[in-house]
Design a protein around this ligand. Structure first.
Ligand code: ZN
Length: 491
């Protein structure tokens, strides 16, 4: 349960390196795992990101999806989809990905950890149209592990719409034929598989076709892009297939909803209005300021006993606000390794963290195992998050904590941010028990150590007052990790 924290020299080196030099290269265009999307999350009123992560070393998963006020049916559909995939990954005996996950646990220690990652990006959030793509990555997996699906919501009549409903019912045969034609001659593609679906299941081919054609979205030019998961329309070895039908071709085939979705993609309106009857009132944001406004921490860790509490995976409302209140009561400083999409949804909480004198670090955009990503994808995960943190606080972080602590040379070379691990891990994501978490931290923390907690879990936040009270009684001072490494005592 104990990890070695990286050397202070490395950390100081990182803090002296301008974060702005971090590349902002976008991932390659056909990357199915591009994080984020073009939509500014903070512009979606009342958005809540539903997320949960498991940090089990041999069976890791992170899943998140958006809950947008008004789009109740769509949120419910995504919840069902996500929860089903997580359950498949987790449980059951002897079948499918579950067996792979369980199998890794008992396999040789050299076996790579299983991972399930479900992330989302907004395609459109404008007017009465909401479009979201869920991207699932799973390893090990029978295919390339990536599965994408687009969800569409029509605020005009409050309907959750499968992707194929962008096309009018009477035009779907013509549309499918055009897609088949585009796939003809493409290496590894088997356009007849779309034919077969229609012919063999004449009575219900609509459902089958809707399953195959479950990722449809408009490009910035109004073209309609159809993405197929590996093995859907060809041999698995050929990977994913993408077909883009020109705007002029698809225009006559679009449904009324499809035309509105296309229009909102090309010319987004100012506000998303899905006819929500009530937008949740955001919880109050604390306005603590460190030492009456002086953000400089003068704690001398050479003289007094210091410890660094770190909180990963947030911010989350309302837990993070509650946590800030507890920390302020003890004049304690902490470090928050925030997830970019949560920063984008709750910039006010990250601003409050910074104002209170806490340190903000980067924990990637949506919590993938970075070692499985291409360098451009790693850069995108970190650069987008740095940009969101800088937009919220006016200051870009210099530290990052790789999700799951998973790091290799490819990740190190992809960023100038200094990686920061931890010493004390109460496994609070597993033991959702405030008393147990507090007891573990109190019993296992020594001078100058870094403690790992997660402020997305209310039980972890509720463990903090006891940790602060007991360790304060024992003479501990709570500082940020950069302060700890810059000032700690030497034996
Ligand atoms: Zn994490």
């Amino acid at each position: 349960m104990r990890n070695r924290t990286l050397a202070s020299a490395l950390l100081l080196l990182g803090s002296l390196t301008p974060a702005a030099s971090c590349s902002t290269d976008p991932p390659t265009d056909d990357s199915a795992r591009a994080p984020g999307g073009p939509v500014d999350l903070a512009r979606i009123k009342g958005i809540r990101i539903v997320s949960d992560n498991s940090h089990d070393r041999s069976c890791r998963w992170a899943a998140s999806y958006p809950d947008v006020p008004g789009a109740t049916a769509m949120t419910a559909a995504m919840k069902k989809d996500v929860e089903g995939r997580v359950a498949d990954f987790h449980g059951g005996e002897g079948h499918g990905p579950t067996a792979l996950c369980g199998g890794v646990r008992t396999a040789t220690r050299r076996a790579r950890s299983a991972e399930l990652h479900i992330g989302f990006s907004f395609l459109v959030a404008s007017g009465d149209v909401l479009g979201v793509r869920l991207t699932t990555f799973e390893s090990p997996s029978a295919g390339d592990g990536t599965d994408t699906r687009t969800y569409w919501y029509d605020g005009r009549d409050g309907t959750d719409r499968p992707a194929l409903e962008l096309v009018a019912p009477g035009s779907r045969n013509a549309f499918a034929a055009a897609v088949r034609k585009r796939l003809t001659g493409v290496e590894g593609a088997d356009p007849a598989s779309l034919d077969d679906t229609a012919r063999d299941h004449a009575a219900d081919h609509g459902a089958d076709r809707a399953t195959a054609l479950d990722d449809l979205a408009f490009t910035d030019d109004g073209d309609l892009r159809v993405s197929f998961d590996r093995g859907t329309v060809g041999v698995p070895a050929a990977g994913r297939h993408t077909v883009t039908l020109p705007e002029t071709t698809v225009r006559p085939w679009l449904s009324d909803f499809g035309r509105r979705a296309q229009r909102q993609t090309l010319r987004p309106g100012r506000e998303l209005d899905l006819g929500a009857t009530a937008t949740p009132t955001p919880p109050p944001v604390p306005t603590y300021t460190a030492d009456g406004g002086d953000r400089t921490d003068r704690t001398d860790c050479a003289e007094v006993t210091c410890v660094a509490l770190t909180f990963d995976d947030g911010p989350a409302a309302p837990q993070t606000a509650t946590l800030l209140t507890y920390l302020a009561a003890y004049g304690a400083r902490a470090t928050f390794f925030t997830v970019g999409q949560n920063v984008a949804a709750h910039p006010e909480l990250v601003r409050a963290e910074a104002l209170a004198g806490h340190e903000i670090g980067n924990h990637s955009w949506d919590h993938p195992d970075l070692t499985r990503l291409a360098p451009a994808e790693i850069r995108s995960q970190l650069a987008r998050t740095n940009a969101a943190i800088e937009a919220a606080t006016g200051r870009a972080p210099t530290l990052f904590r790789p999700p799951y602590g998973a790091i290799d040379d490819k990740v190190r070379f992809a960023t100038t941010l200094a990686p920061l691990m931890w010493d004390v891990d109460p496994e609070d994501w597993k033991y959702l028990d405030a008393v147990r978490v507090a007891q573990y931290v109190i019993a296992n923390t020594d001078r100058d150590e870094v403690v790992l907690l997660h402020d997305i879990h209310p039980t972890s936040v509720e463990a903090v007052p006891e940790i602060l009270r007991t360790l304060t009684e024992r003479g501990y001072h709570f500082v940020t990790v950069s302060h700890l490494y810059g000032h700690r005592h030497t034996d």
